[in-house]
Design a protein around this ligand. Structure first.
Ligand code: RIB
Ligand code: CA
Length: 312
C-alpha cells in the first residue's frame, strides 16, 4: 500500500493543468486531494474555474473545488489565450459541469484547511501563486502546516516563455511568487529548464492516442490543439507538459534530478520583471529555500502519465 499524501492543488486550467489534475485523480492510493483551488492565469478566473469543474466530471472525481483570486496581487492580469484558446481548454468538447464550486473562497479554504490539519499538507502550485500568497499574508502561521510546496514555475538557463527572462506563472504574479519563495516553506520547483524536456513527442503520446476512453479522446484533442503554438512559434517538437511534472514528482520523485539552492524573484525590474534567480553556492550564510529540478527521465514520465490515465 503506497503511503497516501494529503495535497491541495492550485491551478489555472489550462491544457497542461488538465493533464496534472487527471494524473492526480488517477492516483487515489498515493494522493488524498483535500481540495482544488482555482486562480486567474492562462485565462480569466471564470474560465479556469469552469474548466476545473468540467475536468472533474471527465475524471469522475469528487474533489471540492474552490474559486480563488481573479487577479494578481499588484500587477494587472496577463492571460495566455494565444496558447490555450479562448476557453482555456480549446480542443475537446467537454460538457458543462454537473456540479459547481464550494461556497468558501479559496483563500479561506487554504487557511482553514491548513490551520486545522493534524498533519502537514503538500501544496501543488500549477499557476500564478496568488491564492497561497494571499492566504500566507492573511494567516502566516499556516506556513508551518505545509510540508512542501511543489511548484511549476520559474526559469533559469532556459530563459522566459512570456518575456525573454520570465516564466508565465511567476511573471503573472511575481509578488505572490516572492511571498511564497520567502515564506520559509520547503520548496520543490519545476522550472522551464526541466519542463522543456517534457515535450509531447509522437512516440511519447502514442499510448494516450490509443486510449479509446473519454479521457483518452479528450487528452488527444487537447494536445492536438495546444501543440500548434509551441511548435509553430517556439520550434518545439511537441507541447511541453509543464504542470504534470508537479504530480509526477509526488508519485515518482526518481524521475527528476534536483539541485538545492536559494531562489528569488526580481520585482519591478523592467525587462527582468518576474525573472527567477538561483544561487547554488549554499552555505550557512544563505541556506537553501528549495530544491530545483534540472533533469527529467522524459520517456518514463510520459509512460507514467499514459499508465495512470489508462485507469479511467
Ligand atoms: O509557464 C508554464 C505555466 O504557465 C504552466 O503552468 C501553464 O499552465 C501556464 O500556467
Ligand atoms: Ca498552469
Amino acid at each position: 500500500m503506497a503511503v497516501s499524501r494529503r495535497i491541495i492543488i492550485d491551478t489555472d486550467p489550462g491544457h497542461d493543468d488538465a493533464f496534472a489534475l487527471l494524473l492526480a485523480w488517477a492516483a487515489p492510493e498515493e494522493l488524498e486531494i483535500l481540495g482544488i483551488t482555482t486562480v486567474a492565469g492562462n485565462v480569466p478566473l471564470d474560465k479556469t474555474t469552469y474548466n476545473a469543474l468540467r475536468l472533474r466530471d471527465l475524471a469522475g472525481a469528487a474533489s471540492p473545488i474552490y474559486r480563488g483570486c481573479s487577479r494578481p496581487m499588484v500587477n494587472d492580469l496577463v492571460t495566455a489565450e494565444y496558447v490555450h484558446g479562448e476557453s482555456g481548454l480549446d480542443g475537446p468538447n467537454l460538457p458543462s459541469p454537473r456540479r459547481g464550486v464550494e461556497a468558501m473562497h479559496a483563500i479561506d479554504f487554504l487557511v482553514e484547511t491548513l490551520q486545522s490539519a493534524a498533519d502537514p499538507v503538500t501544496v501543488c502550485l500549477l499557476g500564478p501563486m496568488t491564492n497561497l500568497a494571499m492566504a500566507l499574508n492573511k494567516e502566516p502561521d499556516i506556513a508551518a502546516k505545509i510540508d512542501q510546496c511543489v511548484i511549476m514555475g520559474g526559469s533559469f538557463a532556459a530563459g522566459g516563455n512570456v518575456t525573454p527572462t520570465a516564466e508565465f506563472n511567476v511573471f503573472v504574479d511575481p509578488h505572490a511568487a516572492h511571498v511564497v519563495l520567502t515564506s520559509g516553506v520547503p520548496l520543490v520547483m519545476m522550472p522551464l529548464d526541466v519542463t522543456h524536456q517534457a515535450q509531447a513527442l509522437p512516440h511519447r503520446v502514442a499510448p494516450l492516442h490509443m486510449l479509446r476512453t473519454p479521457v483518452g479522446v479528450a487528452v488527444t484533442e487537447m494536445l492536438r490543439f495546444v501543440e500548434r503554438y509551441d511548435v509553430a512559434h517556439k520550434g518545439f517538437a511537441g507541447f511541453p507538459l509543464h504542470d504534470p511534472t508537479v504530480i509526477a514528482y509526488l508519485l515518482e520523485p526518481g524521475l527528476f534530478e534536483l539541485r538545492p539552492g536559494y531562489v528569488s524573484v526580481m520585482l519591478d525590474a523592467g525587462p527582468g520583471h518576474g525573472m527567477t534567480v538561483g544561487r547554488w553556492e549554499i552555505d550557512e550564510g544563505l541556506p537553501a529555500n528549495g530544491r530545483v529540478a534540472f533533469g527529467l527521465s522524459a520517456d518514463p514520465y510520459f509512460e507514467l502519465i499514459a499508465e495512470r490515465l489508462a485507469t479511467f
